[in-house]
Design a protein around this ligand. Structure first.
Ligand SMILES: C[S@@+](CC[C@H](N)C(=O)[O-])C[C@H]1O[C@@H](n2cnc3c(N)ncnc32)[C@H](O)[C@@H]1O
Length: 279
């Protein structure tokens, strides 16, 4: 467990610091639901909010939401812009600290969670694979067998990297384990949606330039729009019922990895292998 030297220059580039209170609530809730037990069981339940921006709200909220499922969880906000670290310091409290740093992730422990929201969007697509590999290498390793969910095992840390709009109504993120990408989650406020492909503008950097004919993510959004149109009769019961029906139809052709309890929240998660860009 070697932490990067504190004196090393942070890896990455300062970018716009735009953030908003409650912007990442959908991502926080998904993390708490899907990764809460890993945080609960980890000996050092450290979560990193990487690139928290010009104000510390997302880190403060992440701690509050993680603590509902993992009372020992700690959050470290890491930001590459030193003035933003200084501005966040007054908000430190039990379980919450802020540090200057970048993709080297300057914390002594191997994090059980690294969350990078609206950070890679401002980098080049060609940089994503290298950044993912670097961040995945910092995650806590799996113990007790693949999947880790049994006999006290641990499936390893999780990197959640994605993008949303200014007020968090539309969100798409990739979840990666120590071994690499696992899933892609689409999450939305259903009342704000004309059709599922509205989410295309919030695809993470690895996918946003691939929403073109011939690429899997384009075919997925096309099929999702078709399923949504086919589920139009359910609209009279509300957008939620229409979404649940449309996602249920998608399962015939796409590897949906979650179920109705998540679909009800306006989410759907797909195996990464089905959406990965063509080489
Ligand atoms: C658009 S803000 C996002 C703020 C917050 N995560 C959100 O979603 O509301 C992006 C922030 O990431 C920071 N950033 C960019 N590259 C970084 C890196 N390599 N390490 C740490 N922070 C980084 C920028 O300085 C900026 O403050």
């Amino acid at each position: 467990m070697t932490a990067p030297r504190a004196s090393a220059r942070p890896l990455g580039t300062v970018t716009r610091g735009t953030t908003n209170p409650n912007r990442l609530r959908r991502m926080d809730r998904w993390i708490a639901a899907t990764h809460g037990s890993a945080l609960r069981r980890a000996p050092f339940p450290v979560a990193v909010d990487l690139g928290y921006g010009a104000a510390p709200w997302t880190a403060v909220e992440l701690l509050a939401r993680l603590r509902t499922v993992a009372p020992r969880a700690r959050v470290v906000g890491v930001e590459i812009e030193p003035a933003r670290v200084a501005a966040a310091k007054p908000y430190e409290r039990e379980g919450l600290t802020f540090r200057h740093g970048g993709f080297e992730v300057p914390v002594p422990e191997r994090p059980v969670l690294i969350r990078a929201a609206n950070v890679l969007r401002q980098y080049d697509e060609a940089e994503v694979a290298g950044v993912w590999a670097r961040l995945c290498a910092r995650l806590a390793p799996a113990t007790g067998g693949i999947g880790g969910g049994f006999g006290g095992g641990f499936g390893g840390g999780l990197l959640v990297e994605g993008t949303c709009d200014e007020i968090g109504r539309r969100h798409v993120w990739v979840a990666l384990g120590p071994e690499g990408p696992r899933t892609v989650t689409f999450a939305t406020r259903l009342g704000s949606l004309d059709r599922p492909s509205d989410l295309a503008e919030r695809l993470p950097k690895a996918l946003i330039h691939r929403n073109v004919p011939g690429e899997p993510v384009h075919a997925f959004l096309r099929d999702f729009d078709r399923a949504w149109a086919g589920a139009a009769p359910y609209a009279s019961y509300g957008a939620r019922q229409r979404w649940i029906r449309a996602v249920g139809d998608l399962t015939a052709d796409w590897p949906v990895t979650d179920g109705p309890s998540r679909w009800r929240q306006g989410e759907v998660t797909i195996a990464w292998r089905a959406l990965a860009p063509r080489p």
